[in-house]
Design a protein around this ligand. Structure first.
Ligand SMILES: O=C(NC/C=C/[C@H]1O[C@@H](n2cnc3cncnc32)[C@H](O)[C@@H]1O)c1cc([N+](=O)[O-])cc(O)c1O
Ligand SMILES: [Mg+2]
Length: 214
């Protein structure tokens, strides 16, 4: 049988990027997915917004839901301060295996922990497993109908603190309408929409940044 799209993305990284250079890994994936084969990475346009929000928050503990090939894990981890960590959750073992190799190729394996499993099962175990109090930053980029239940779960498990920033991909395309309703009409969140485009296309999409007010 042939290769998978994630495997072809890994090959493109190994062929075109420089080991230990996160920016070259990001550029290699963006080039491949823009010119050869589309893939659901947050991409370069929305990636710049992710970078700026992340730099502003400067999280010690970051969480990503939906690793896929690890593109946004690399984008996030490359901007973390020393001793800061990213935990990224992925339930497809094949995708997790590719992401692990791409994150390692970028030289960011010491900053990123990939946890295999379903977010709904793993979130309640995070405190005990990682001895953490709360997350400073959460990037939501997994199945869009999981954004609301997992946000509620993060609240209920005491994993959000006053000021934690949630950043959600695809709130327009494919869309996360229930999530927008949840965070925008909620006194516990201060929400703002960052307009952009769907990765590697001209279609409208954007990121929703929501600050948890405690
Ligand atoms: O569907 C999209 N993303 C879903 C992402 C899914 C990824 O997160 C994992 N996952 C899902 N629920 C999970 C629960 N727990 C753990 N991993 C999970 C899946 O195994 C996959 O690796 C999408 C689609 C488009 N699009 O244009 O169609 C564009 C985008 O930017 C997208 O993000
Ligand atoms: Mg996405």
């Amino acid at each position: 049988t042939g290769s998978s799209r994630p495997q072809r993305i890994l090959k493109a990284v190994q062929k075109n990027a420089t080991k230990g250079d996160p920016q070259s890994v990001i550029s290699a994936i963006d080039y491949y997915c823009r010119h050869k084969e589309w893939a659901m990475n947050v991409g370069d346009d929305k990636g710049l917004i992710l970078d700026s929000v992340l730099t502003e928050v400067n999280p010690s503990m970051a969480l990503e839901l939906g690793t896929y090939c690890g593109y946004s894990s690399v984008r996030i981890a490359r901007l973390l301060s020393p001793n800061s960590k990213l935990i990224t959750v992925e339930f497809n073992p094949a995708f997790a295996a590719i992401a692990r190799q791409i994150i390692a190729y970028a030289g960011l394996q010491d900053k990123v922990t990939i946890v295999e499993g379903a977010s709904g099962d793993l979130i309640p175990k995070m405190k005990e497993r990682f001895g953490l109090k709360s997350f400073d930053f959460v990037f939501l980029d997994h199945w869009k109908d999981r954004y609301v239940p997992d946000t509620k779960l993060l609240e209920d498990c005491g994993l959000l603190r006053k000021g934690t920033v949630l950043l959600a991909d695809n709130v327009i395309c494919p869309g996360a309408p229930e999530y927008l309703k949840y965070v925008r009409n909620n006194p516990r969140y201060e929400s703002r929409y960052y307009p952009s485009v769907l990765e590697y296309t001209k279609a409208e999409d954007g990121l929703e940044k929501s600050v948890f007010l405690g």
